[in-house]
Design a protein around this ligand. Sequence first.
Ligand SMILES: [Zn+2]
Length: 207
Amino acid sequence: MNKQCSACGEVKVRTDFPPRSGAQCRVCIAAKSKRWREANAERFKQQMRDYHAANRDDLLKKKRAYRLANIDVRRAKEREYTERNYDKKLAQSRAWNARNAERLRARVKAWIEKYPERRAAQQAHYKARRRRGTPPWTRTEDFAEIYALRLRMTRETGVEHHVDHIIPLQGEIVSGLHVPWNLQVIPARQNIAKYNRFDPALATGTG
Ligand SMILES: [Zn+2]
């Protein structure tokens, strides 16, 4: 059943009018409220501000729920954006690195001077990982203690010490892992003789 709009005079289908009410069609109602908003811009803005202030918690909750529900969509979009702009981003970050090379080098150098044991742990960790001796779940910081011990032993004895794998990473029969519990601190190979003479505990032993 059709109906004539009292504003524009057009004859339209029932669904073009809001349910129950109205002699005016949706298009005319929307136009009318747009005219009102434009004529009362300041008042409209204030109304919106009041509404948001009054419903702040509800609106935030809705926003969070929406973000949560759309997290996969958003991640896919981000991935897609990254892939599309990969070359551009790479060039940008290379340019940034080049511009800041001095500063970056200084920062890395300062870090190494401040945390030599972390640096040593990191290097050994990467080396072992390259040789596939390090399980992926290990973290560099798990190794910091043993490398700190190595530095301390070296400093206190005056003899270079190394971190050694109790079961070698590439042994003939079994291969050990680069994990904290497979590590020990020993004098560096070329120093073992010197260390034996030096170490009072070993000097009193039978060997
Ligand atoms: Zn109308």
